[in-house]
Design a protein around this ligand. Structure first.
Ligand SMILES: [Zn+2]
Length: 88
């Protein structure tokens, strides 16, 4: 397993709106990424510290939805105090 950092950060496909079929789909990411991720992100990816109950929203019709698969690695081990997992 290589632990080296990747130059190109691969983003998931932008996808289309399930309601209107528009490709004006925006990805809403919770939390601030690393600067590399932030600056390499496509313009249709937005980052924020405000909890939102959506993962995507449509710029055409305003529809908001969540991805069916969602990783929730929180509360995995309440004993370990990970200093790197600071919420902003
Ligand atoms: Zn739409």
């Amino acid at each position: 397993m290589d632990d080296q950092e990747q130059d190109a950060i691969s983003w998931p496909p932008r996808g289309t709106c399930p309601v209107c079929g528009s490709e004006e789909v925006f990805h809403d990411m919770l939390g601030m990424p690393t600067p590399e991720v932030f600056y390499s992100a496509p313009p249709w990816v937005s980052f924020g510290c405000t909890p939102t109950y959506r993962d995507r929203h449509c710029g055409a019709c305003g529809h908001e939805w969540c991805l069916p698969e969602r990783d929730a690695p929180e509360d995995d081990d309440p004993e370990s105090d990970d200093p790197g997992s600071e919420e902003c």
